[in-house]
Design a protein around this ligand. Structure first.
Ligand SMILES: C[S@@+](CC[C@H](N)C(=O)[O-])C[C@H]1O[C@@H](n2cnc3c(N)ncnc32)[C@H](O)[C@@H]1O
Length: 280
């Protein structure tokens, strides 16, 4: 992640365009300190927080080794434990956050944003990123399906073991698995981080353009860092994030010219997806 030049460059450009000298910046999720250091170098007074104590310990070393100990206050705690007046002198002018997994919301980014909206930020706080979009594509791929489901092996039926399959999405390099695209990519969910997040259910009808078996939904995000700066984990990119793969326990046979109905539900921590064929 730290060596992901595409990600680093996008965040650096967005932070430099957003942070003004003297701004109070809250950086959620210090990691090794990269975004906090960028915000401090842009002139901000930075409060950064890190929920993993080992990571926080090392980040503190990185920050001091780079000479920013005086401009960055590191709090070894989750952002959801921060209190304005105690940990921050007031609502921050800017919030920076890179707490996104391959499917955008699986690292509890929405829970952190929900808390920030309720307890930490004001109506004028500028957010990096401003929002995100999740794209999806329906594919036939026994190879992707086989990452999470098992059947006959050497003449034995292992399918009862599927009770232990991952229910949600998981990371995968889609281009390494043979697959056939069954429908054009579509927008699954849009997130405006300027609004408090809320659980949602969305029903979509997806037109199918090829005959086959829908084994999986492949997803990728686009983060809007402001000023037209975006970062994505689309398979065509070179970043460190893999795509998000959601396999369907019961693959659905589909025909070109028909449609499937997809239900996408999310709360503040997880996304769940269901698929069914639409009768012609
Ligand atoms: C993907 S890393 C990014 C680190 C750094 N900001 C960067 O861009 O290189 C996210 C880090 O945030 C931490 N984290 C995630 N959610 C958090 C939260 N709500 N509060 C504090 N730390 C969090 C994780 O432990 C992890 O170290």
């Amino acid at each position: 992640m730290m060596n992901d030049r595409e990600r680093n460059r996008a965040y650096r450009r967005a932070i430099e365009a957003t942070v003004r000298p003297g701004d109070l910046v809250l950086d959620i999720g210090t990691g090794a300190g990269v975004t906090a250091l960028m915000a401090a170098r842009a002139g901000g007074h930075v409060v950064t927080c890190e929920s993993n104590p080992h990571t926080a310990f090392l980040a503190d070393r990185v920050i001091r080794a780079n000479g920013y100990g005086g401009r960055i206050t590191l709090i070894p705690a989750s952002s959801t434990e921060l209190v304005v007046g105690r940990d921050l002198p007031g609502p921050p002018d800017v919030v920076t956050a890179e707490i996104f997994d391959c499917g955008l919301i699986g690292e509890s980014a929405l829970r952190a944003l929900d808390h920030a909206h309720r307890e930490l930020i004001s109506a004028t706080t500028r957010l990096v990123p401003r929002g995100g979009r999740l794209w999806a594509q329906l594919v036939e791929s026994e190879s992707l399906h086989g990452l999470n489901q098992v059947g006959e092996v050497e003449g034995f039926d292992l399918s009862p073991f599927n009770a232990a399959s991952t229910r949600g999405y998981f990371p995968g390099r889609v281009d390494r698995h043979p697959h056939t695209v069954l429908a054009p990519a579509f927008r699954l969910l849009d997130f405006d981080f300027g609004e408090p997040p809320a659980p949602r259910t969305r029903h979509l009808t997806v037109p199918v353009t090829a005959d086959g078996t829908a084994h999986a939904l492949v997803m990728w995000f686009e983060l809007d860092l402001g000023g037209g700066i975006r970062v994505s984990n689309h398979s065509a990119g070179s970043g460190h994030w893999e795509q998000a793969v959601q396999t369907f326990p019961a693959p659905v046979a589909v025909r070109a010219g028909t449609a499937v109905r997809l239900t996408a539900r999310h709360d503040l921590d997880a996304l769940s997806l269901g698929l069914e064929a639409v009768r012609p």
